[in-house]
Design a protein around this ligand. Structure first.
Ligand SMILES: Nc1ncnc2c1ncn2[C@@H]1O[C@H](COP(=O)(O)OP(=O)(O)OP(=O)(O)O)[C@@H](O)[C@H]1O
Ligand SMILES: [Mg+2]
Length: 280
C-alpha cells in the first residue's frame, strides 16, 4: 500500500500541491488529470523524491519515503521508476546501453562509465526490449528512433530497475495517436501482467477514461475528484478543468498537443533534474 498524507509543496507563496491525501493499493493503474499548473508533475516528482514536500508524508508499505536518505533513498528511486514526456534517453548512446543504464542503482558506476556490461545484463536488456516489441533497435543510436520507439525504450529502461511502481509524466503528450496507443497499451500490459502500480499524468481525458481504473482530478493543487472513470460526470469534469473565460464548458476532445511548445520550455528544468537523478 502506498499512501500520501496531507502532502503539500510550496514554491514561495505559490502552493503547487495542497494537502493531497491518497491511498493507492499495489497494482492499481491511476490517471492524474487536471489543467496546466494544477500540480500534477509536482505531485509525481515528490513521490520519487525529485522534489521534497514542504509538509506531509509519503509511506510505502509502512516505510516513510519522505524521510529516506542515502542508499535508502536510491533504493526508493529504483523502486519507483519514472518516464517523461520527452523520454530522457541519452541520444548518442545505443538503445541497449540506454536500457542497461536503468540498472545504475544495481551496479557499479565505474563499470557503467566504461560501458562494461555482463552477459546477464545484456540478456535482460534484450528481454525488456522484446517485451516492448523493439528488440530490433538494440544497436541503433537512441536519438535516431521515432518518438514512440524512444518512449518504449524509456519504458524498457524503467523495467530494468525492476520497479514496484511506474510513474509517468505525460508519457504520450509528444506522440501521434498511433504511438500514443502503443505506449499506453504497453503501460497497461505491464500493470496487468507484472502487477506494477502505474501512476500517470495525462492531458487527454479520453485516454484516462479508457486506460485507468482510477482517476484523480486535480485543480489548484488539490484533489477535486477521485473515483472510477464511470463516476466522472460532466459536473466533475467541469470542477477539474473549470470553464473557459467565455463561460463555455470544457471540450472533452481537448488534448495537450497544442500546449507542447509552452510545456516543452516549462518541462526543460524538470528534465535536467530527472536526468541528473538517473545518471547519479
Ligand atoms: N520549480 C518551481 N518553481 C516555482 N514554481 C513551480 C516550480 N515547479 C512548479 N511550479 C508551479 O507550481 C504549479 C504546479 O506546477 P506543475 O508543473 O506541477 O503543474 P502541472 O499540473 O504538471 O502542469 P502541466 O499540465 O502544464 O504540466 C504551477 O503554478 C507552477 O508554475
Ligand atoms: Mg506537468
Amino acid at each position: 500500500m502506498f499512501e500520501l498524507k496531507n502532502v503539500t509543496r510550496q514554491f514561495g507563496k505559490k502552493t503547487a500541491v495542497d494537502s493531497v491525501t491518497l491511498d493507492i493499493p499495489q497494482g492499481q493503474m491511476v490517471g492524474i488529470i487536471g489543467r496546466s499548473g494544477a500540480g500534477k508533475s509536482t505531485l509525481l516528482r515528490m513521490i520519487n523524491r525529485l522534489q521534497e514536500p514542504t509538509s506531509g508524508s509519503i509511506h510505502f508499505n509502512g516505510t516513510e519515503v519522505s524521510g529516506l536518505r542515502g542508499q535508502g533513498l536510491r533504493n526508493w528511486q529504483r523502486d519507483c521508476a519514472m518516464i517523461f514526456q520527452q523520454f530522457n534517453l541519452v541520444p548518442r548512446l545505443d538503445v541497449m546501453t540506454n536500457v542497461i543504464l536503468g540498472r545504475l542503482n544495481h551496479r557499479s558506476t565505474a563499470l557503467s562509465l566504461l560501458g562494461i556490461f555482463t552477459r546477464e545484463e545484456r540478456v535482460q536488456a534484450i528481454a525488456a526490449l522484446e517485451r516492448l516489441g523493439i528488440e530490433q533497435t538494440a544497436l541503433q543510436m537512441a536519438g535516431t528512433l521515432s518518438g514512440g520507439q524512444q518512449q518504449r525504450v524509456a519504458i524498457a529502461r524503467a523495467l530494468m530497475q525492476a520497479p514496484k511502481m511506474l510513474l509517468a509524466d505525460e508519457p504520450i503528450a509528444s506522440l501521434d495517436p498511433l504511438n500514443a496507443k502503443i505506449v499506453m497499451d504497453a503501460l497497461r500490459d505491464i500493470n496487468e501482467r507484472e502487477g506494477i502500480t502505474v501512476i500517470t499524468n495525462l492531458h487527454t481525458l479520453d485516454t484516462a477514461r479508457s486506460y485507468c481504473e482510477r482517476i484523480v482530478g486535480m485543480a489548484g493543487g488539490r484533489v477535486v475528484f477521485d473515483g472510477k472513470p464511470s463516476e466522472l460526470t460532466a459536473d466533475a469534469v467541469n470542477e477539474i478543468y473549470g470553464t473557459d473565460k467565455n463561460g463555455a464548458g470544457i471540450d472533452e476532445t481537448m488534448t495537450s498537443t497544442s500546449l507542447d511548445n509552452i510545456k516543452g520550455k516549462q518541462d526543460a528544468v524538470s528534465r535536467v533534474m530527472a536526468a541528473s537523478a538517473v545518471m547519479r
